[in-house]
Design a protein around this ligand. Sequence first.
Ligand code: S3P
Length: 427
Amino acid sequence: MKVEPAAALEGAAAVPGVKGISQRAALLGAVADGETRIRGFGRAADTLSAIEVVRACGVEVVDDGDDDIRVAGVGLRGLRAPAGPIDCGNAGTVLRLTCGLLAGQRGTFELIGDESLTMRPHERAAEPLRRMGASIETTDGHAPVRIDGAALQPISYELPVASAQVKSAILLAGLFAASGPTTVIEPHPTRDHTERMLGSLGVRVRRTERSVSVWPVDGLPALDVEIAGDISSAAPLMTAAVLLNGSELILQNVNVNPLRTGLLYVLERMGARVAVFNRRTVSGEPVADLEVRSTQLVATTVEAEEVPRLVDELPLVALLGAFARGTTIVRGAEELRAKETDRIETVTEALRAIGVRIEAKPDGFTVRGTPARPRGGTIHARGDHRIAMLGAIAGLVSREGVKIEDPDCVAVSFPGFYELLEQLARR
Ligand code: S3P
């Protein structure tokens, strides 16, 4: 796949529904009572993994191929252990959250994933669940993960790393921990889609700036949820529009949960012009339309505290930094090494290959900016959807275009990505 240089990005577009909310809705719908309806389901390989997981546990899902999905909930403790392993594909969120849900079921479950998901660290979710009384074993810290349903007790747990996935696994297990509230304390605030959804289902949730507690329940009502576009899928398009002179891009119906909009703050600091308008609330989540125009950027620094708010957008920050006046620094982001690939290495490798002056650090990277377009070349996505999308945007803003090796992995989060890019690009 070769992405040729473009002059600008123009027009209006919508992106697939928030991946993490789509997955959470499928998983919670599975253990609710009655039929859950999910509108705006962000159809992609990672969200279909959530559907496959609940189907494997005996839950019926009606999926007609559009973005309106129905899940026939089997009740809080109604998941059934299949004979074989349950495949979570490439989806870290699905594997970690499912551990939390299965810890309180009856039966023996085994969770597996693709090569990337297998190698990611899973003890981080298993360890707190074990403290709750769960019987859960990783394979030397990796997948397969084996879970035997057990009676759970509440805990108060301080997360060693800021991870919404681990937080969510503990909170979901907390629903089964009958004798009191389960509390998670975070080093830095992470996305709160789980706690918002639990709250909307009537679960007692108490939040402070750095902690969240959930109380156990006997059952969950079915969910009727509408999901807006994923800012992580909008982010590559926004990046291209900021970098290409004369661009005018409108992104409609984007989830702007404040724990997800770190990129908007970083862009503002870099001098970019992004307007957020038509603010509204949809199914308990903030939603807006975004308008992006091109600008000359100045360098910025992203520190640990900000990282969880834009963790999946940091590869794009590196590309933005390549065009900014000065040196852009991302630090306190060692979590990037635990993503679908080691994104400190894959981002550095990708951008160096096309002529960007980027240096990897143990906890992030440093990029020296210049207003000139990078040359272009070949980028290896290494099976990582975010690196493939970075490569495509780099192609648009390069002098000679970028060839992407392994381009199809964009389907993990955004199947129509290249087609949409071609529609919006003015050459
Ligand atoms: C996610 C949380 C983040 C993010 C991932 C989705 C979620 O991971 O990188 O793409 O849906 O909770 P961590 O919680 O491990 O940082």
